[in-house]
Design a binder for this molecule. Structure first.
Ligand code: PLP
Length: 383
């Protein structure tokens, strides 16, 4: 019954693992990929008001203009990107939808799309859905998992159409520096490629690192599709809200797919998010809390035998090296789960260059992190 293409695409390794976790008792999970905070009160209240005011109908396909205007203002002030809210910003059902639309809008069958890996699990399937070829660009711990422009350059061919970058990165927490982005931009401009820039973890950044948007660099305005959303910074995952900004030709093409497949992003979420960019304090409180948990987790991991972990600079994941355990990442995650009930995600879920690592999320309480570390210590001593 199922098409060949869809049959060939594997289910997400994360989903598979979670089904196992959900069936078990006494599990400490570092597997989660979403904030453990509730949505900030002002956004919840705005959502309730939207329902009470009957803002429950379809909106413009592009999303409500007022929200697009606020996003345009935020992009200008924070990211140095100027976009016309009327035609160059599209509100989507999470960055997930925006990624799918961006790829489908630009990729022809047989086109290559470069994906620095380890990478978020949707990028590859999104390219497959568009009948393109995902081409992994491995990153390494030695380079702090920041993609190197020479590794990108080596893989560019006549078939290369685009590159999907993500900073801060899920699962490594790597943050690209301005220089990294400038080098990527030079290649992109030279080869006339398009960058899809997933900036969903923009706000979750530590140690004085700065987030830069590649779309703000000279010559990149029309070659970048900037994606961002509300899920991570505003603890808004279930509301399903994201956006894409780019030149009007690309955004219109994305809107065409969105119009027929989604019609519009959820109206209540759009109204609830109107004041999100004003919530500086709520966001910094959450970031401060993630930062403490990050240090607790990474220091704890580094004190365990046969595990080492570089300090991630963004997002809410640590990506420890478990090679010294003698197990591959899947064996390690399964054994850790079976022996001491700690759930982590095998690094190879995020691409071949994630082998030898596991992803541990620190968007959990400090008590959970301490409990997980205690159990991991028992496990590491026993192998
Ligand atoms: N991009 C990255 C890098 C992510 O980690 C996630 C979710 O984990 C998404 C996109 C999807 O986010 P959204 O909830 O906006 O669909």
């Amino acid at each position: 019954m199922i098409s060949n293409r869809i049959r060939e695409i594997p289910f997400s390794g994360i989903r598979e693992f979670f089904e196992l976790v959900q069936k078990s008792k006494d599990v400490v999970s570092l597997g989660v990929g979403e904030p453990d905070f509730p949505t900030p009160e002002p956004l919840k209240d705005a959502g309730i008001r939207a329902i009470e005011n009957d803002y429950t109908s379809y909106t413009s396909n592009y999303g409500i203009l007022e929200l697009r205007e606020r996003i345009a203002r935020k992009l200008k002030l924070k990211n140095g990107i100027e976009r016309d809210p009327e035609r160059e910003i599209l509100i989507t059902t999470g960055v997930s939808e925006a990624l799918d639309l961006a790829v489908r809008a630009i990729v022809n069958p047989g086109d290559d799309v470069l994906i620095p890996e380890p990478a978020y699990v949707s990028y590859k399937p999104d390219v497959w859905f568009a009948h393109g070829n995902p081409v992994p660009v491995p990153t390494t711990e030695e380079n702090k998992f920041r993609v190197q422009s020479e590794d990108i350059k080596e893989r560019i061919t006549k078939k290369t159409k685009a590159i999907i970058i993500s900073s801060p990165n899920n699962p490594t927490g790597a943050v690209l520096r301005r220089k990294d982005l400038e080098e990527i931009a030079d290649l992109v401009i030279d080869k006339n490629l398009i960058v899809i820039s997933d900036e969903i973890y923009e706000e979750l950044i530590y140690d004085g690192e700065r987030h830069y948007s590649i779309g703000s660099l000279n010559g990149m305005e029309d070659l970048t599709i900037t994606l961002n959303g509300f899920s991570k910074a505003y603890a808004f995952t279930g509301w399903r809200l994201g956006y894409a900004a780019g030149n009007s030709e690309i955004i219109e093409a994305m809107m065409k797919i969105h119009q027929y497949t989604m019609l519009c992003a959820p109206s209540i979420a759009q109204y609830a998010a109107l004041d999100a960019f004003d919530l500086r304090e709520d966001v910094s409180d959450m970031v401060r809390s993630y930062d403490l948990r990050r240090k607790l987790l990474v220091r704890g991991l580094n004190s365990l035998p046969n595990i080492s972990c570089i300090m991630p600079k963004g997002a809410f994941y640590a990506f420890p090296n478990i090679r010294e355990s003698g197990m591959n990442s899947e064996e390690f995650a399964r054994a850790l789960f079976k022996e001491v009930g700690v759930a982590v995600i095998p690094g190879n879920t995020f691409g071949a260059s994630g082998e030898g690592y596991v992803r541990c999320s620190y968007s959990v309480s400090r008590e959970t992190i301490s409990e997980a570390l205690g159990r991991m210590e028992r496990f590491m001593m026993s192998i």
